[in-house]
Ligand binder design. Structure first.
Ligand code: F6R
Length: 610
């Protein structure tokens, strides 16, 4: 979603800010802007440039002599008002002495706008953020921190924000409440950003603000404060991250790179966590004793989008292996139905970014009601990871493309590890535990085998891309695979793709089957194969084109279909191997259609607004 970068030091800020904004492009945005503090304290002390479109459009349009050694920049994903030049951030107060960039949503913006307008303030944009600039500008506090704190005290909502003030030229003040804000430490220069991706080329020594914190950032260092301006004395720490892992390298897109990284990412996920001797798993980060695992009577998984669909795969794994009732629910809906939180339920929040606000709020609702939540999270130290009672980090490495691939695979493995853990303190035998653990150890190799057939998928994808609409179908373990397949396809190819349970076709959707509507069917070799093949015949009889993701030994009964065979693992692990061809189908369809794969329209990488 929106992105923030800031710089203060001896170098010229604009190139650093533009480069940083470029590194946040993948998060999704529709306009971009910068403000720099020019030398001197005159009325033009702050210079703003902003416009709808890409960061490269902003760079091309920067006025001559747009210079300054302190500045903040922003990529905006429109929430209040359309994506145009005026609504782009930064926003300034009436005197142009305060400039603000903001991620998040101010819930009481309408009331604040009315109040400001009644006081004679002319609001020039449709945004919620502009009120912050006016509130800071009108504050009578003596310090910039005091002004920002006073402004925030009347604001309801979420923010990660950065403020530049012409009268306080030595500092940038930043604040966080529900939207990430990171301070990066350089050598006599400092950075701020909403995402590590914007910093890693400059520094990997960072401090992540907590909700309710402010920071004063000067060229020489930073201090952290609470909203009441008492110190929190946070220190910066090095993060273990390879800056090159944020580069696409030889790949045409991040999504392609990240799909091909899946074998290595899966290996990292499993490293040290498989116990072949006891057919068990080690999950130290859960901070739970075997006794506590045994006491769990239900598992409830919460995530959004693809994380929700992989959560459904996870629920299936847990029910199969641990025989504990489990289900997944869209985190975005959860807290709005006043959920019953049970003491013997294990809640699992699943999120790549660890910042998805819907998932974070679901976690907070559970914890507020006394429930125990563990996280399956990729980004270390992210809000969800910090909010949970324990967790399993995904170790997928940075995932830059909007479409989630390697993180999703590792989420599945996280559920497999958890299911074996829960199973082995119950009735899952050592033989079955060993069967699963051995299969998991072999999985990275099998993932590699599936990905190696990319050319085959590419050819099929080019045909599918021509269809305006597609079905993805599967049953039981195959249904979340179909849902995830449809999700990926629509996300990046912009083709209409709908997932159904194969068993539900006859109850309605079959009416749509005709030669123009291809169906991608998930048909593993299991006890439902025969029924699945029956459904394929029904589709073929209506001349519906078929692509079938299946196993080599499945007999499709002579039905006319394009087969995509994946290698056999243990049946419980089939869903993830069957998901991989669907990622590549979506990718190659989007490529064929000439879309910007890493920046699909209207979407954002971490959705930090409700
Ligand atoms: C799909 C996709 C989204 C995310 C969803 C949750 O490819 O990327 O559906 O899965 O927005 O994001 P995280 O996992 O960061 O909570």
């Amino acid at each position: 979603m929106c992105g923030i970068v800031g710089y203060i030091g001896a170098q010229q800020a604009p190139p650093i800010l533009l480069e940083g904004l470029g590194r946040l492009e993948h998060r999704g945005y529709d306009s971009a802007g910068l403000v720099v503090r020019a030398d001197g304290r005159g009325p033009r002390a702050l210079r703003v440039a902003k416009r709808a479109g890409r960061v490269r459009d902003l760079a091309a349009a920067l006025p001559k002599r747009f210079a300054g050694t302190a500045g903040i920049g922003h990529t905006r994903w429109a929430t209040h008002g359309p994506a145009n030049d005026v609504n782009a951030h930064p926003h300034t107060d009436a005197d142009q002495r305060v400039a603000v960039v903001h991620n998040g949503i101010i819930d009481n913006a309408a009331a604040l706008r009315e109040r400001l307008a009644a006081d004679g303030v002319e609001l020039v944009s449709d945004t919620d953020t502009e009120v912050v600039a006016h509130l800071v500008g009108r504050s009578q506090a003596d310090t910039l921190e005091g002004k920002v704190s006073e402004a925030l005290s009347v604001i309801d909502g979420t923010w990660g924000l950065a403020v530049l003030h012409a009268d306080f030229p030595d500092r940038i003040v930043v604040a966080r409440n529900g939207s990430p804000l990171i301070v990066g430490v350089g050598d006599k220069e400092m950075y701020v950003a909403s995402d590590l991706a914007a910093l890693v080329r400059h520094t990997t020594t960072v401090a992540m603000l907590d909700d309710g914190e402010l920071a004063t950032v000067t060229a020489g260092g930073f201090t952290t404060l609470r909203h009441d301006l008492t110190a929190t004395a946070k220190a910066a720490t090095p993060v273990d991250v390879d800056p090159d892992s944020y580069e696409a390298g030889v790949h045409a897109s991040y999504m392609h790179k990240e799909m091909l990284e899946q074998p290595a990412a899966a290996e990292r996920m499993l490293r040290g966590r498989l116990d072949e001797r006891f057919g068990a798993t080690h999950l130290g980060g859960l901070n739970m004793e075997p006794r506590e695992f045994r006491a769990i009577r239900r598992v409830k998984i919460l995530g959004c989008g693809s994380a929700y669909y992989v959560g459904q795969m996870g629920a299936g794994l847990i029910e199969d292996l641990a025989r504990v009732p489990a289900d997944a629910e869209a985190a975005s809906e959860f807290r709005y139905r006043n959920p019953i939180i049970e003491p013997d339920t294990l809640y699992v929040a699943v999120s790549q970014s660890g910042e998805t606000i819907d998932t974070l709020l679901a976690v907070q609702e559970i914890r507020r009601k006394g429930g125990r939540v563990i996280g399956l999270v990729n980004v270390v130290g992210s809000a969800i990871a910090r909010e949970c009672d324990g967790g399993i980090y995904l170790h997928a490495g940075p995932e830059v493309a909007v479409a989630s691939t390697k993180a999703l695979t590792n989420m599945f493995l996280g559920f497999a590890l958890l299911a074996v853990q829960l199973g082995r303190v119950r009735d899952l035998s050592i033989a079955d535990g060993t069967r699963l653990v051995t299969a998991m150890a072999a999985l990275p190799g099998l993932v590699g085998q599936v990905l190696a057939k990319e050319e085959q998928y590419a050819a099929v994808a080019r045909t599918l891309a021509e269809a305006p609409s597609l079905f993805f179908i599967g049953r039981v373990r195959g249904f979340p695979v179909a849902r995830e397949g449809a999700q990926k396809f629509k996300e990046i190819s912009y083709r209409h793709a709908e997932a159904y349970q194969t068993s539900e076709l006859k109850h309605g959707p079959l009416a749509l089957i005709d030669p123009a509507l291809p169906t991608v069917a998930v048909v593993p070799a299991d006890d439902l194969t025969e029924r699945n093949v029956g459904a394929l015949h029904e589709i073929a009889a209506r001349r519906g084109p078929l692509v079938v993701v299946t196993h080599e030994d499945v007999d499709l009964g002579g039905v006319e279909a394009v087969r995509l065979d994946v290698p056999r693992s243990e049946p419980e692990l089939d869903p993830i191997l069957m998901t991989l061809p669907l990622q590549l189908l979506a990718y190659h369809a989007a490529l064929h259609l000439g879309h910007d794969i890493d920046k699909p329209r209207n979407l954002a990488k971490s959705v930090t607004v409700e």
